[in-house]
Design a protein around this ligand. Structure first.
Ligand code: URP
Ligand code: ZN
Ligand code: ZN
Ligand code: ZN
Length: 468
C-alpha cells in the first residue's frame, strides 16, 4: 500500500454511471475524494505527487475476467507467465485479472487451486483472483465447491466441449449447477457440443481437411447455439444463475437474449477476437490461420453485428480477453498437419481496453458502456465491486490515465505479451494508456513500466452482485 497522496488533476473521469470533470485524490492506496477541477485546494487537499490529466480520460483500471496464464493445453503451456502476463495487462490499462485455476481429472479442486496460488504468488504486477475450472465433478469436488466459495473463489467453469479433457456430461453439469444454486457460486459455461464436434473433427481429418480453417468449420454455429440453449435449460432446472463465456455466434446471442427476456439470471461474455476478427483470419495461407485458432472459433464477419448489438442492449454484459497465448513458432506449429493439434487460444490481455476504445471512436459503443463492459460489469459479475471497476471514494485506487487522441499501431514488435505474434498486427487505434496506478502505486508512468513483480495481490471475491 502506498502512503503517498496522489492528485490526478484536470481529467474527465469516466465510470459506467457518469462522466465528470473532476480531480481525484488518492490516499493509502484508495480513492479518497473527487472534486470539481481546481476545487480541492479549498477543501485542504495536499498531495506529494500530481498527475496532469488535462485533455485525458481518468478511468477505473480494467478488469479482465477471463485469462489463462501458463495454462496447460494440448501438451504445451500458454506462453505468458503470471509475471509477464500481468505486466502486459498493466501496459494495456488492466489492473485486475481473474484467471482460471485448473482441476485436472482425478484431482481435488484444492490441489488444482493450490497450484495456481503458487504460480501467481509473488510475481504479479497487478491484482488477481481465480475462477475454478472443474474437469471432474464428483461427490467430493461438489462438496469442495462450498469451501471455495467461502475462500473467495466464487465461480466455476464447466465445459460442454473437449471430451476426455475438461468435458462434463449433462448430469455432472446439472449437479454442479444445483450445488452452485445452494452455495451462491456462479457457473461459467464453455457452451459447444464437444461430442458432436469430435465426430466432425474425425471426419474432416479422414477426408484430408487438415488446415486451420477447418477448425472453424467443424465447430459449427449450431453446435454453439445448441449447447447454449441446453446450458440455459439445465440452469433453469437447477434454479441457478449462468454465465456463458466467449460467446461468438449470433444464434448463441439469440439464446441468451431469449432467456433474459424471460427474466432469467443468464449472462454472457464475448471477447475482442469475435468482435474484430473472423474466419477470414483463420483462412490465411501458409498456416498463418493457426494464429487465430481458439474455441469457440472465430465466425464469419456477419456475426459481429449481433455481438455489438448484444453489448449495447445488455444481452451481453462483459468483454474479457480469454487471453491464452501460444507462440506461432513451436506451439501453434504442433498442428501443422492436423488442425486439431493446434493449441487453442489467442493473446489479447494488453489490447482489450484499446480495441474497445476504438469501438467508441467508431460509434459502436458509448464511453460509459466501454467502461461498463470492461471494468464495472466484470467487477460486479464476479464480486469485486465497488472495490474494483469504478472510481469512487473508498474504491481501490486502480486508475488509468488514457489519452483519447494518441495514435498507435498494434504490433508484436511493440507489445509486452510473451508471444511472437499479435492477433491484431498493424491495426491502427486511436487512444492509448498513458499512466496506470494499482492501489495508488504507479505501474505505468507516462508509458514507462514502473511496477514490480509481487505488487499484485490475490483478491478474494464475493458472489455475483447481479443477483443480490
Ligand atoms: O481457445 C481457447 N478459448 N482457449 C482457452 C480455453 C478456453 O476454452 O477458454
Ligand atoms: Zn475538464
Ligand atoms: Zn472455454
Ligand atoms: Zn478461456
Amino acid at each position: 500500500m502506498s502512503s503517498t497522496r496522489t492528485l490526478i488533476r484536470g481529467g474527465l473521469v469516466i465510470t459506467a454511471a457518469e462522466e465528470t470533470h473532476a480531480d481525484v485524490l488518492i490516499e493509502d492506496g484508495r480513492i479518497a475524494a473527487l472534486a470539481a477541477h481546481g476545487s480541492g485546494a479549498a477543501e485542504g487537499w495536499t498531495a506529494d505527487r500530481t498527475i496532469d490529466a488535462r485533455g485525458k480520460y481518468v478511468l477505473p483500471g480494467g478488469v479482465d475476467a477471463h485469462t489463462h496464464m501458463e495454462m496447460p493445453f494440448g501438451g504445451t503451456f500458454a506462453a505468458d507467465t503470471f509475471e509477464s502476463g500481468t505486466r502486459a495487462a498493466a501496459w494495456g490499462g488492466t489492473t485486475t485479472i481473474v484467471d482460471f485455476a485448473v482441476q485436472a481429472p482425478g484431482q481435488a479442486l484444492r490441489e488444482g487451486l493450490d497450484a495456481w496460488y503458487a504460480k501467481a504468488d509473488g510475481v504479479c504486477a497487478i491484482d488477481y483472483a481465480f475462477h475454478m475450472i472443474m474437469a471432474d465433478v464428483n461427490e467430493s469436488s461438489l462438496k469442495e465447491m462450498d469451501l471455495l466459495v467461502q475462500e473467495g473463489i466464487t465461480s466455476f467453469k464447466l465445459f460442454m466441449a473437449y471430451p476426455g479433457v475438461f468435458y462434463s456430461d449433462d448430469g455432472r453439469i446439472l449437479r454442479a449447477m444445483q450445488r452452485a444454486s445452494g452455495n451462491g457460486g456462479l457457473i461459467m459455461m464453455h457452451a459447444e457440443n464437444g461430442i458432436a464436434i469430435d465426430v466432425l473433427v474425425e471426419q474432416a481429418l479422414a477426408a484430408g481437411r487438415t488446415d486451420p480453417r477447418h477448425h472453424g468449420e467443424v465447430r459449427k454455429v449450431l453446435l454453439e447455439a445448441e449447447a447454449t440453449h441446453r446450458a440455459i435449460q439445465l440452469a433453469r432446472v437447477a434454479d441457478a444463475p449462468l454465465y456463458v463465456v466467449h460467446v461468438s455466434a449470433e444464434e448463441a446471442v439469440a439464446e441468451l437474449a431469449a432467456a433474459r427476456d424471460k427474466g432469467l439470471p443468464v449472462f454472457g461474455e464475448t471477447c475482442p477476437q469475435y468482435l474484430f476478427l473472423s474466419t477470414d483470419n483463420l483462412a490465411e495461407p501458409d498456416f498463418e490461420g493457426a494464429k487465430y485458432v481458439c474455441s469457440t472459433p472465430l465466425r464469419p464477419k456477419e456475426h459481429q453485428a449481433a455481438l455489438w448489438r448484444g453489448l449495447r442492449t445488455d444481452d451481453l454484459q462483459v468483454v474479457s480477453t480469454d487471453h491464452c497465448p501460444f507462440c506461432f513458432a513451436g506451439q501453434k506449429e504442433l498442428g501443422r498437419s492436423d488442425f486439431s493439434k493446434i493449441p487453442n487460444g489467442l493473446p489479447g490481455v494488453e489490447n482489450r481496453m484499446d480495441l474497445l476504445h476504438q469501438a467508441v471512436v467508431e460509434g459502436k459503443l458509448t464511453r460509459r458502456r466501454w467502461i461498463d463492459i470492461a471494468c464495472a460489469a466484470p467487477a460486479r459479475m464476479f464480486g469485486l465491486y465497488p472495490r474494483k471497476g469504478t472510481i469512487a471514494p473508498g474504491a481501490d485506487a486502480d486508475v488509468v490515465v488514457y489519452d483519447p487522441d494518441a495514435g498507435q499501431t498494434l504490433s508484436a514488435a511493440t507489445h509486452h505479451m510473451a508471444v511472437d505474434y499479435s492477433a491484431y498486427e498493424g491495426k491502427k487505434i486511436t487512444g492509448q494508456v498513458e499512466t496506470v496506478l494499482s492501489r495508488g502505486e504507479l505501474v505505468i508512468d507516462r508509458r514507462e513500466f514502473t511496477g514490480r513483480a509481487g505488487h499484485g495481490r490475490f483478491t478474494p471475491r464475493a458472489t455475483c452482485q447481479y443477483l443480490t
